[in-house]
Design a protein. Structure first.
Length: 312
């Protein structure tokens, strides 16, 4: 059990910030807690509690301002990304189970998909859910390559890919995204006609600058097929990781100690610098009507006031 931290740890928004960013001029980066080992995968439960993965400690944490920080799930099968489906259920990308799984009403975790054909997935990393309830997710090899992020194993699906899974039909489709070598973060545009993916290929050899460290974007046709892949941005701070899109269509991308914010047209609005490397983020509206983004990274969960909401 962790004690609740008083919200007194704040950092001024970095001078790398540009005036065009959709954040209040007096915004400060608040540190909610710094008691994790490697924070990832935030999601907002019904009622406003935030959960996030502490991958290397094999647990999921939760926080709200009434109860403070608590362990939500342990052992967590090395969860990484989380999403909330249309019935309010938590859906998770599990490194440990090499699967996408869902928390059912009776408290059990149900594996939705863990095979592509007869081949085990790598280690599902991040996921999003479209308006029809289909789950789109990335499947790099980090969770089976790193001893502290899973149980190990062999990669057998022939590469690192992204997928779409329909819980209704049980069909798993591999997305046509040949430009992306190591998919990681994933997000839709507000109208769900575009798909954004971070390519973290450089994480496999950070000395090789020829490896991808980019964001790619794809059009999504009426049959949910990806097409017209193109590079959206190159991220030169650390390794591109998590993605989030706001209701204005701006794309927020983590990389090292920075969040880079781009317009839908690819114009850089600005950068936010954090005290630690950052991994992922989620937008929400507090009960008092304030709009914020929670950011996970390093040991910490951060919060920042914003002028935008989540895209979907």
């Amino acid at each position: 059990m962790f004690k609740q931290l008083v919200m007194s740890m704040v950092y001024a928004v970095s001078l790398h910030t540009f005036a065009a960013l959709p954040i209040p001029k007096d915004a400060k980066i608040e540190v909610i807690t710094d008691q994790a080992k490697w924070s990832e995968g935030p999601a907002i439960l019904q009622g406003g509690t935030i959960i996030w993965s502490d991958i290397e400690n094999n647990r999921v944490l939760q926080w709200n301002d009434q109860t403070g920080v608590k362990t939500w799930l342990f052992p967590a099968q090395f969860h990484n990304g989380h999403a909330i489906d249309h019935q309010g259920r938590v859906v998770a990308a599990s490194h440990g189970k090499r699967a996408i799984e869902r928390l059912e009403a009776d408290g059990t975790w149900n594996i939705l998909v863990d095979l592509y054909g007869d081949k085990k997935l790598n280690s599902p990393n991040d996921l999003i859910i479209d308006r029809d309830g289909d789950i789109w997710f990335t499947d790099p090899t980090f969770g089976i390559q790193k001893d502290n992020e899973g149980y190990g194993g062999n990669a057998v699906v022939g590469g690192e890919f992204s997928y779409r899974f329909s819980p209704k039909s049980k069909q798993l489709i591999r997305l046509n995204t040949p430009e992306v070598k190591t998919p990681n973060g994933i997000a839709f545009s507000p109208n769900q006609k575009k798909l954004y993916l971070t390519d973290s290929q450089i994480a496999h050899d950070q000395n090789n600058k020829q490896l991808n460290h980019h964001v790619f974007v794809y059009d999504i046709d009426d049959n949910k097929q990806t097409q017209h892949g193109r590079m959206f941005a190159r991220i030169d701070t650390g390794i591109p990781d998590g993605l989030a899109v706001d209701d204005k269509g701006n794309i927020w991308v983590t990389g090292g100690e920075y969040i880079h914010v781009f317009t839908e047209a690819g114009k850089l609005l600005g950068q936010l610098k954090f005290p630690t490397p950052v991994a992922n983020m989620v937008f929400t509206t507090l009960k008092n009507g304030s709009k914020v983004v929670y950011i996970t990274g390093g040991t910490s969960l951060y919060r920042l006031a914003v002028d935008v909401s989540a895209a979907n």
